[in-house]
Write a protein that binds this ligand. Structure first.
Ligand SMILES: Cc1cc2nc3c(=O)[nH]c(=O)nc-3n(C[C@H](O)[C@H](O)[C@H](O)COP(=O)(O)OP(=O)(O)OC[C@H]3O[C@@H](n4cnc5c(N)ncnc54)[C@H](O)[C@@H]3O)c2cc1C
Length: 482
């Protein structure tokens, strides 16, 4: 893709860099190339880009002071959280004109209001820490993804992260009530409201959520909490075909009083990959099936009788041919073992060869037809390629990954990235879907976006960017071309 970031951003002078160093002090600056490396490389090594400095502020005031200096000097800023993103938004382009601003030291939980079911946290709080703080107050913060030990709330909100509980609780956007944002001119917008109802004009927070750092820097947020689950039941069901998945989901939601928190689809190849590449993973069935769904029910009521509801659901589904077999976890260890099959997939794929990835969504009702049709088209174009199409099927999100044919050359395969993208994304568009369900646009899909958004929508996005960031210093060149 083009690395064009426009002419807006300047190279920082020695004087400007000194001013930035003084704002954060010695502890907040990283300038040794070896120490900068982990911030400048994407975790899988897909992208790498230099920066004049890595800055690690500890307060909103320091962020504001940094942005004011950068705005005055016309210097680009790349915000970064846990650097677990999958679209390259937190990694600079291949030039040296930006500073990288990592929020990791802004990691205070500011306030828990248990009766209001809210928590106020700084942007650099690691997601798992927020979950723990909620748990300590006998509450649940339901955002959950495999990167939760490293990703940060600021990054989660900036990518509008999804994960495994969207079906029940929504994505990061649905979980945010208020934000604090440092704007591209350095002003601080304090929108840290903890209200469920607030119809006082445009909802500004929604501009920054999912903006991938292109409109401002999120420094804190007020997030929704929920009653803590007291009952949790997990099962792995084997299905005869992909059509049965959404029929089972429909049935599960109705039969359990809508207590389905997770509904994750995996075709057999996913189980094979995990068994082959991840130590300690085990197939809970004595024979292989074509399709699987990981189902989890939760309830905040002690006596919700979820176990009975799940057993009844599975028994009826077997009788009607919707599933062919099922295992229900009987202990925390068994729950973890079932989850491992799903959560270790990213790691397994990493070891299994090159993949051309698609994080896409279509209406839930159309997922089976989409999976079938996209697979047919890829297969016709690239015989032998292995399709690893799995994901959060309960909210229409499929990670439709195309793995290199066994024995083929990885580099030659990866050169076909945009050709395969075209096939899958066109199919997504025909099914009224989205080319980025939860991972964002970043650098990965910036040049794909104009093919699938209308001219009107793109023009609106550019007008918003120009209105908030007229000098184009916020995460230059990401999401939308200047
Ligand atoms: C194993 C694994 C599993 C994953 N599973 C999921 C999943 O199920 N669902 C899902 O949605 N994602 C998933 N991801 C992707 C990733 O974890 C999420 O996108 C996450 O929200 C990124 O958070 P981060 O703190 O690492 O952000 P980063 O990667 O650091 O940054 C992501 C983007 O946000 C911007 N940004 C970061 N912090 C701020 C801030 N404070 N203000 C403004 N902009 C900011 C960056 O500039 C960048 O554009 C997974 C990743 C891994 C490695």
């Amino acid at each position: 893709m083009s690395t064009d970031i426009g002419d807006a951003v300047a190279s920082p002078s020695v004087e400007t860099l000194d001013r930035l160093r003084r704002i954060v002090g010695a502890k907040g600056v990283i300038d040794d190339p070896r120490d900068m490396e982990p911030y400048l490389v994407e975790w899988r090594g897909f992208w790498r880009g230099p920066a004049a400095l890595v800055l690690r502020p500890v307060s909103t005031q320091e962020v504001s002071d940094i942005v004011k200096v950068c705005a005055e000097a016309g210097i680009g800023i790349v915000p970064q959280g846990g650097n677990t993103g999958l679209s390259g938004g937190g990694i600079p382009f291949e030039h040296d004109r930006v500073v990288l601003l990592n929020l990791g030291r802004m990691n205070n939980v500011r306030k828990v209001d248990a009766l209001n079911y809210t928590i106020e946290v700084e942007a650099g709080c690691v997601l798992a820490e927020v979950q723990r703080a909620a748990d300590a107050a006998d509450r649940l913060f339901p955002l959950s993804l495999a990167a939760e030990g490293s990703c940060q709330i600021g990054g989660n909100l900036s990518t509008n992260a999804g994960g495994t509980a969207v079906l029940r609780y929504g994505n990061a956007r649905d979980l945010a009530l208020g934000l604090e944002v440092v704007l591209p001119d350095g002003q601080v917008w304090n929108g840290l409201r903890s209200l469920r109802k607030d119809n006082t004009g445009y909802d500004l927070k929604d501009l920054f959520i999912g903006a991938e750092g292109t409109l401002g820097i999120i420094t804190a947020a007020v997030l929704k909490l929920f009653p803590k689950p007291r009952d949790r039941r997990t099962a792995l069901a084997a299905l005869p075909n992909v059509d049965a998945t959404i029929r089972l989901l429909d049935r599960a939601r109705a039969a359990t009083g809508d207590q389905v928190t997770t509904f994750e689809y995996m075709p057999r190849i996913c189980i094979d990959l995990v068994l082959e590449h991840v130590a300690g993973a085990a197939d809970p069935f004595s024979r292989a099936f074509g399709h699987y769904v990981l189902i989890e029910l939760t309830s905040s009521a002690e006596n919700a009788a979820l176990g009975e509801a799940l057993e009844n659901l599975l028994a009826a589904a077997i009788e009607d041919g919707l599933i062919v077999d099922a295992v229900v976890a009987q202990s925390e260890t068994q729950i973890k073992a079932l989850w491992k099959l799903r959560e270790a997939l990213a790691e397994a794929q990493k070891h299994a060869g090159a993949s051309i990835r698609h994080d896409v969504s279509v209406p839930v009702s159309r997922v089976p037809d989409f999976v079938r049709e996209a697979s047919r088209r890829v297969d016709a174009h690239l015989p032998g390629a292995r399709i690893v199409g799995f994901g959060h099927i309960g909210d229409g999100n499929v990670h439709f990954n195309v793995m290199q044919p066994p024995g083929s050359d990885s580099a030659a395969f990866l050169k076909r990235w945009s050709e395969i993208n075209d096939i899958v994304h066109r199919c997504v568009a025909e099914f009224s879907g989205s080319i980025s369900a939860e991972h964002g646009i970043g650098r990965l899909k910036r040049d794909e976006l104009p093919k699938y958004k209308s001219a009107t929508e793109l023009a609106l996005m550019r007008r918003i960017k120009a209105a908030l960031d007229p000098s184009g210093i916020m995460n230059p060149g990401k999401v939308i071309q200047p």
